[in-house]
Structure formats: C-alpha cells, structure tokens
Design a protein around this ligand. Structure first.
Ligand code: SF4
Ligand code: SF4
Length: 119
C-alpha cells in the first residue's frame, strides 16, 4: 500500500528559506503577486520565472506569510509553492535551516540582553 503523503506542519520554514519566484500566469491569477513581487530584469527572466517574491530588500520572509506562519494567498499562491512537497527533502532542509537561524538569533538576543545588563 502506498504511504500517505506527510501533512504540512504549517511552520512557514519554506517561505523564509528558499528564494521564491513566480510566473506571469501566477501574477495573472493573483493580483497581489502582480502588485508586490519584484519584476525580474529582462535578462534574468525565464519562460517560467518573471517575478521574485523572496528574498526582497528588508524582508525576512515571503511578504505573503503572516505572523501566524500562514500564507495569505494560499488558494492562489505561485505554482512553485503549490508544487512544494511537505515532508520532501527541500521541506526537511528548509526546517533544518530555519531552526538553525532561529537558534542563532535566540543566542544573539540572549547575548545582547546580557551585554545590555553589563556596566
Ligand atoms: S517547511 Fe514543510 S512543513 Fe513547513 S510549511 Fe513548508 S512544506 Fe509545510
Ligand atoms: S506565496 Fe505563500 S506559500 Fe509561497 S512562499 Fe509566500 S507565503 Fe509561502
């Protein structure tokens, strides 16, 4: 019997870790992609990728990921996001990198608190 696909944990790690690109078809389907994604320079475009959602300057996560780690355009998200397989190798890698980043940030924060407390 075929194993059921692992469920998404909705942790948002994939939306903070890997570059996210969208196509003209994605932008046609979802007006917020059209409005908020960065249009790639003509020489960087491919048939599939014409816009960049992440990373963007000053953004630490995809601009469509809310504070509760939910995609705010989920039904009309880019094809690349729809194709992303929960539990697959990229998902596992995204969670690993995300945990490492958070661990590092947590350590920095604890370190800076200590520094602030010192005279
Ligand atoms: S990293 Fe994996 S588990 Fe987390 S939101 Fe993305 S697909 Fe789901
Ligand atoms: S569009 Fe949605 S699913 Fe895709 S990276 Fe952004 S928040 Fe995640």
């Amino acid at each position: 019997m075929e194993k059921p696909a692992p469920a998404c944990r909705h942790c948002g790690a994939c939306c903070r870790t890997f570059p996210v690109f969208a196509s003209d078809a994605d932008a046609e389907r979802e007006p917020r992609i059209r409005a908020e994604a960065l249009e790639l320079k003509p020489w960087l475009r491919t048939e599939r990728w014409t816009r960049q959602l992440f990373p963007l300057p000053f953004h630490e996560r995809c601009c469509f990921l809310d504070a509760a780690d939910r995609c705010t355009i989920h039904p009309t998200r880019p094809a690349v996001c729809q194709e992303f397989e929960p539990g697959g190798d990229p998902c596992v890698e995204a969670r690993r990198r995300d945990a490492a980043t958070r661990d590092h940030e947590g350590r920095e924060e604890r370190g800076s608190t200590k520094t602030h407390g010192e005279t």
